[in-house]
Design a protein around this ligand. Structure first.
Ligand code: SF4
Length: 230
C-alpha cells in the first residue's frame, strides 16, 4: 500500500461509531452555512509532501475546520497560526489556508492527525485513539526513510508520536521524555534516528492567553527546518 492508497482507505474509515455519528451530524447541521464549498465530513488524511523530512503530528481535525474542508488545519483558527508560521520559516508556499483548493503547498513537510475524525469537545476517548493508531503507524512506516524530525503539537501529539514509533519497534529512551515547548528527544530505529521536537499546540486556548506566541512557534519550526536539512 502506498500513500495514495492509504489516504483513500483513511477517507472511508468508519471504525469509531461515536466519531462517525458526530462527523455526520456536524456535516448535516453545518453544510448549509457553507453551501458555496464542498463539505468533506469524512476522516482527514495527511497533508503535504509524500517524501517529507519534517512531520507535524497534531491531535485531530477541528469538526468545522479540517473535517469541513477535507484538508488538515484548513479553515480553523489553529491552522491560521500554523500555516502563517510555516510560511514565515519557508515550509509553506503561503501563509493562509482557507479551503482545500486555495493553492497552499507544504515544502518538505507533511502533517498528520493522531485521530482522523474531529471528536466532540476535541476529546477522543482512549479507545478511539487506539482504534485510529494503525493509520498513523502505517503512515510513519511509509514515510520512515524520509522523516528526520517530528514536530509534536501539544502533549497529545507528543505521546502519540512516542507510542507510534514504539509500536514500530523504535527505541524510545526511558524514562519517557516529557513534553515541553522546544524540548527535543531522539528516537532510534531501522538504522536511523529522528528528532522529536515539542511545540505547544496553536489552539486558541494557548494563543489567546499568550502561552504560545508567534516568535515561539517560529522558533520551533525554524529549528525543525534546520534539522530537516542536516
Ligand atoms: Fe476511522 Fe480514525 Fe475516524 Fe476512528 S477516528 S473512524 S479509526 S479515521
Amino acid at each position: 500500500v502506498g500513500l495514495d492508497e492509504l489516504d483513500a482507505r483513511i477517507s472511508v474509515c468508519r471504525a469509531c461509531p461515536r466519531l462517525v455519528r458526530w462527523r455526520e451530524q456536524v456535516a448535516e447541521t453545518k453544510r448549509a452555512s457553507y453551501a458555496d464549498q464542498p463539505y468533506w465530513g469524512r476522516p482527514v488524511h495527511g497533508l503535504g509532501s509524500p517524501t517529507p523530512s519534517i512531520l507535524v503530528v497534531g491531535l485531530a481535525p477541528a469538526a468545522n475546520g479540517g473535517n469541513r474542508t477535507g484538508r488538515l488545519f484548513t479553515g480553523d483558527r489553529s491552522g491560521d497560526w500554523l500555516f502563517a508560521s510555516l510560511h514565515r520559516v519557508g515550509l509553506a508556499t503561503q501563509g493562509t489556508s482557507v479551503h482545500a483548493a486555495d493553492g497552499l503547498a507544504l515544502i518538505d513537510t507533511r502533517m498528520v492527525a493522531t485521530v482522523r475524525c474531529g471528536p466532540p469537545q476535541n476529546k477522543p476517548t482512549t479507545a478511539e485513539r487506539d482504534t485510529c493508531s494503525p493509520w498513523i503507524e502505517a503512515e510513519l512506516r511509509l514515510l520512515a526513510e524520509h522523516v528526520r524530525v517530528v514536530v509534536a503539537l501539544g502533549g497529545y501529539g507528543w505521546d502519540a508520536t512516542l507510542r507510534s514509533y514504539a509500536a514500530l519497534g523504535w527505541e524510545v529512551s526511558r524514562p519517557k521524555p516529557r513534553f515541553g515547548h522546544g524540548i527535543e528527544a531522539t528516537l532510534v530505529g531501522d538504522g536511523r534516528s529522528v528528532t522529536l521536537l515539542g511545540c505547544y499546540h496553536p489552539s486558541q486556548q494557548n494563543t489567546f492567553t499568550g502561552r504560545l506566541t508567534e516568535p515561539m512557534l517560529d522558533s520551533v519550526f525554524a529549528r525543525a527546518a534546520a534539522l530537516g536539512r542536516t
